[in-house]
Ligand binder design. Structure first.
Ligand SMILES: *Cc1c(COP(=O)(O)O)cnc(C)c1O
Length: 397
């Protein structure tokens, strides 16, 4: 597969027009969209509008006149189709860490007769940390690793659809039904799948995810929480903040939960971050997700083919079994990645030895993949990563 053939594939790509909707520095191949998505062109104007026209002119009236107050639900409704959910099932706000806490705590209260939380030690650590904190607070709970098998006595199972380190993808429908058949509740974390493929959590009990990775809503953008409608009446929000109250402006002394998913709202929405999320959702509304998945598979497969056996593949070789990410193992992964970034190809490194490359189909093309692989092979072949300056660690890897 030479570069001209890649350019021809880019020209025939049904998603090619989306690349122009993103701001990407010249000379950079950005393969970190699985960590922080690129900036949509429309975002700056949308944020300016919220700052100058809404906040600047309406002041506190913005809560009513600019829809700020309703944002956790209006953004949730717009996001819902990306995870196979319907209106009134998703609330947006806070962070994924907090949404994990809310979802797992609510699930535990729905299954009070069981005392086991099943999690995956290989999952992104914050999910696991939040469970440890929750179990410590509740006391008398066992946190069990999924590798130890068996869901029979589990109250809740929390898993990530796509593994952040290897990109390995789990079979959501089949695991969800296994877990539920065992009488446990299923919580999915879709941080690394939403925006990269068609996601369907509609059979799950709860689901959580973030909007700053493939969804491109910007650094620190709010997270989302899906609650299956069958739990809307009984599920409780342990983070019982005033925005989840039935009548926040009644200022009652006692907490009464709102109807529906709104009871999972906590405090004041992050209005400026919501503006950037709305700009990102303006793009997603026009994106055919089947084309995204098809291109994602083509891009990751092309990269795997071009890199060949120059590096040890950590991701599943079968594209159906991975997300939109390709990972490799290298004992000197850190300096290899630094040398690569120095040459305009941005991936990232996860300790101890994982090189990650995320392929966001809206703004990464076939020629980008070709250039990234060529540069990577050169860094490896010529040992360019051995330069001493690449070994020094930066704060964020
Ligand atoms: C990125 C990611 C998070 C991020 O959590 P924050 O609270 O938003 O920092 C959590 N879980 C998983 C699986 C992730 O990939």
């Amino acid at each position: 597969m030479n570069r001209d053939r890649c350019l021809a594939l880019d020209a025939a790509d049904p998603l090619r027009a989306f690349k122009d909707e993103f701001v990407l520095p010249k000379g950079v191949v950005y393969l970190v969209g699985n960590s922080l998505g690129a900036l949509p062109r429309r975002t700056a104007e949308r944020v300016r509008q919220t700052v100058e026209d809404e906040w600047g002119k309406e002041l506190v009236g913005g809560w009513n006149h600019s829809g700020w107050y309703a944002q956790p639900l209006t953004a949730g409704d717009r996001l819902a189709p990306l995870i196979g959910a319907g209106p009134g099932q998703v609330v947006v706000g806070n962070t994924t860490s907090i949404a994990v806490y809310q979802a797992v705590a609510a699930a535990l209260r729905l299954r009070q007769d069981r005392r086991v939380i099943v999690s995956d030690v290989r999952n992104f650590p914050t999910d696991h940390y939040m469970i440890q904190g929750l179990a410590g607070l509740l006391g008398d709970y066992e946190v069990r690793d999924v590798s130890e098998g068996g869901f029979e006595d589990a109250a809740v199972v929390l898993l990530a659809e796509v593994d952040y380190r290897t990109g390995a993808r789990l079979d959501v429908p089949s695991i969800t039904s296994q877990v539920q058949a065992a009488g446990a509740l299923m919580v999915w974390d879709v941080c690394h799948s939403v925006g990269a493929m068609e996601v369907d959590v509609s059979q799950a009990d709860f689901a959580v995810g973030c909007t700053y990775k493939y969804l491109n809503a910007g650094p620190g953008a709010p997270a989302f929480l899906y609650v299956n409608p069958r739990h809307h009446a009984a599920a409780e929000n342990v983070l019982s903040g005033w925005n989840g109250h039935a009548e926040p402006f009644a200022f009652e002394p006692g907490y009464r939960p709102a109807e529906g998913v709104r009871r999972f709202a906590v405090g004041t929405p992050h209005v400026l971050s919501f503006a950037a999320l709305e700009a990102a959702l303006d793009v997603w509304e026009r994106v055919p997700m089947d084309a995204v998945r098809a291109k994602s598979i083509a891009l990751t497969s092309l990269f795997v083919d071009l890199v060949g056996d120059a590096l040890e593949l950590a991701s599943p070789a079968d594209p159906a079994a991975r997300g939109s990410q390709v990972s490799y193992l290298h004992p000197d992964g850190y300096p290899v990645m630094r040398a690569l970034i120095d040459r305009g190809v941005h991936g990232d490194f996860r300790a101890p030895d994982v090189l990650r490359f995320g392929f966001a189909p809206l703004y990464i093309g076939y020629a980008d993949v070709h250039d990234a692989a060529t540069t990577l092979l050169e860094v490896l072949d010529k040992g360019l990563w051995r330069e001493e300056r690449y070994a020094r660690r930066l704060a964020v890897t």
